[in-house]
Structure formats: C-alpha cells, structure tokens
Write a protein that binds this ligand. Structure first.
Ligand SMILES: *Cc1c(COP(=O)(O)O)cnc(C)c1O
Length: 377
C-alpha cells in the first residue's frame, strides 16, 4: 500500500513529501465542479463540454457528477470514450468534416446534433443521417478577440451559410447555427457579432432556428485583462434578445478551455540554472506546455523550494528552456520569477487544465507526467 494519501491538501504538501523528479499535474475536482456550476447557473441554455480540451477520465466523470449532460465530440474515439463513461449523455458531433465511416460511427452511437460547413459535407449527411436530426450550419466571420482562431479552417461566410441553411431545412433536418469565436476569446462583443450575424442568416434563409450554439472560446484566467465568464454570458443573452426577440432559439454553449483550465496546475522542476540566468526545466513545449508558444507570455506562476516553501526573491525576467535537444523548446519570453530560484526548485503553472495533458508528446523521451489529486491548488 502507498504511504501517501490519495488526495493531498495542496501541491506544496505533495511536493514536500514526494519530491517528484518529473512533471506533475495537480487536479482539484472541487474546482472543476465549481466551474461547471458556474456555467450551469450563469448560462441560459445547455452546457456541453468540448472533450478535446481534456479527455482525462477523472475530468469526464467529475463533470458528469456535476450535472453536465452533453459533450462536444470530434471523432469516433471521443464518441466511444463518452459512451463508456456516460451512456445517456447527448453527443454533439461538431467537427464539420467527417469521413463516411466517421459519420456511420456517429449514427451508430446516436449522435444528437451534427455541424456542417459545405454542400459536399451536407451531401454525406443526407446520405447517412436520418432526417429530423439536428444539423447546425457552422458560420465563420474571422473576428479579432481570441488568442488564436481555432475555427479558421471551418465555417461558411454569411452568404454561403444562407444557402446551406436553406438546404439543411429542405433535406428534412432540424436547422440550427453554430460558430466558434476562437479560443481564449476575451472580447464579449465577438459573441454578440456572431449572434447578430446568425439571426441575419436565418432571416435571409427564411428558416426558424431550433437552436443556436455559441461555441466554446470562453477564456481561462490568464491574469491581466481576462473578463469574467458572467460578463460574456450577459453579452450573449442580451445579443440573443436583441437579434431574435420572441423568435429566440434555445442556446447551447460548448466550453472546453474555460471549463477545465482552472482545475489543474502543472509543476515542473528546475534541472539547471545557467550562469546567464537561463533555466532548464523538466518539461517544455513538446510536453504539457505545448500550447504556450501560441498563447504567449505566462503570467500565473509560483516557485516552490524543495522544502515546500514559496520563493519570494525580487522578480527577475528569465529564459526558460524545456528538456529536449531542440532550441525551439523554449517558453515565450519573458517569464518573471523570484530571483532566488535555484536548481531543484519547482515552478507551478496555474490554470493548466486545457490543451495540456492531451497534447503532450514523448519527443526525445520526455513528456511523461503523473496526475495527483488535490483539494485545492
Ligand atoms: C475546440 C472546440 C470547442 C472548445 O473550444 P474552447 O476554446 O476550448 O472553449 C468548442 N466547440 C468546437 C466545435 C470546438 O472545436
């Protein structure tokens, strides 16, 4: 039997007792449940979780326990995973481009909603999906406001969306519209613009929408300038009322990042401190920090010494390298850390639950991590 508890009070308690020598994710189920409650209480519609952000079993099971009943899936493997954990959950298959075999797998699993972004893809759905099912046209406006435009490769411009929405209805499907404003979107106005455009597309197509899916894109707390989720919910609700009036469709949202980010912190160790001040870490951009070059400077970090205490020296901007033999393996500069940081210390990155566990590679033999459960981060 392990001499360690299954749930630790905090990352610091585990770091002090276990002295891990490689990357550790600290998962706080209570933080995840609190975030799920925040979405369910604040958003006036169905809250679906985008599985790709973090498909760890413990995440999915805790979301089901917190009352999440719908999941945004993009592949047969994600469909199978959700069917195993939550056989009754609603599956929204919102990757608009699918091979015929993938569509067949979705039909077999009883997918509740499909997205589409082109006549070629709609033709496949007409062939393989029973009429009456919900098919949502994916709209793309390419607005600023996000860290990067996740959906750039998907979606129709408004003119093409009008034609496609008409065709969806004519094929006997239940018509809907969906969009994704780009991930880590900090501009509530982006949702409002998309909702206005969706209402305009529906009006021009002379189609009454069954539902409007306002996507993911909700921002995780990255320090300065992150609006609270509630400000975005308010912008969405106001735009819906203004654009649709009494004809308002039911809303769906499908957060990935904002649902799961806060529930995980990532701890990596300092392997070496160079004379120039640069640090070499036990993980980097080929591992759990894969997203950092896209997301920009890291803000929410703390440094813990081997005895579990916080380093509090005056801040110094440093270059941080990952462990692989590739000079690209470097975090976006600068990362400001306490000046007394030393070899053997641990850097804890907060808000690391999304696009981290799932995108880590084993390049150069690195990238393995363990997940430790904590009561609070
Ligand atoms: C990735 C994705 C999401 C989740 O996006 P976040 O920015 O992580 O919230 C939602 N919907 C679709 C269709 C996606 O592809």
């Amino acid at each position: 039997m392990s001499r360690f508890p299954e749930v630790w009070a905090s990352p610091e308690e585990h770091l002090r007792a276990a002295q891990p020598q490689g990357p550790v994710f600290y998962f706080a189920p209570e933080v995840l449940a609190r975030t799920a409650r925040r979405f369910r209480a604040g958003f006036d519609g169905l809250v679906s979780y985008a599985v790709k952000a973090n498909p760890e079993r413990a995440v999915l099971e805790n979301l089901v326990a917190a009352g999440i009943t719908a999941f945004d899936v993009a592949s047969p493997a994600e469909i199978a995973l959700i069917r195993e954990i939550a056989p009754q959950a609603a599956l929204h298959y919102n990757n608009p481009v699918r091979a015929r075999a993938e569509i067949a797998a979705g039909v077999e699993a009883g997918v509740a909603s499909w997205s589409v972004d082109g006549f070629g893809e709609l033709a496949k759905l007409i062939e393989l999906v029973p009429t009456g099912e919900e098919v949502a046209v994916r709209l793309h406006l390419g607005l600023p406001g996000a860290a990067y435009d996740f959906g750039e490769k998907f979606g129709e411009n408004p003119d093409d969306a009008v034609a496609l929405l008409r065709a969806v209805k004519a094929a006997g499907f239940t018509p809907a519209i969906t969009f994704h404003p780009g991930t880590q979107c900090t501009a509530p106005g982006a949702w409002a613009r998309y909702i206005e455009a969706s209402a305009e597309v529906a009006r021009r197509a002379e189609v009454r929408l069954a539902r409007l899916n306002v996507g993911g894109g909700f921002p995780a707390d990255r320090g300065r300038g992150t609006p609270p989720l509630e400000a975005i919910f308010a912008a969405i609700h106001a735009a819906r009322d203004k654009a649709f009036g009494s004809e308002a469709p039911a809303l769906v949202c499908e957060p990935g990042r904002a649902m799961v980010a806060e529930a995980f912190s990532l701890a990596v160790q300092v392997k070496a401190k160079r004379a120039c001040g640069a640090l070499f870490l036990t993980d980097g951009i080929y591992g759990a920090l894969a997203e950092s070059p896209l997301m920009g400077a890291v803000e929410r970090v703390r440094v813990v010494s081997p005895d579990g205490l916080a380093r509090e020296g005056a801040p110094v901007a440093r270059v941080l390298y990952g462990p692989t033999c590739d000079s690209v393996d470097r975090l976006p500069d600068p990362v400001t850390l306490p000046g007394d940081i030393a070899e053997g210390d641990t850097i804890v990155f907060d808000g690391m639950g999304a696009y981290s566990t799932v995108t880590a590679t084993r390049f150069n033999g690195y990238g393995a991590y363990e997940i430790v459960t904590v009561r609070a981060r």
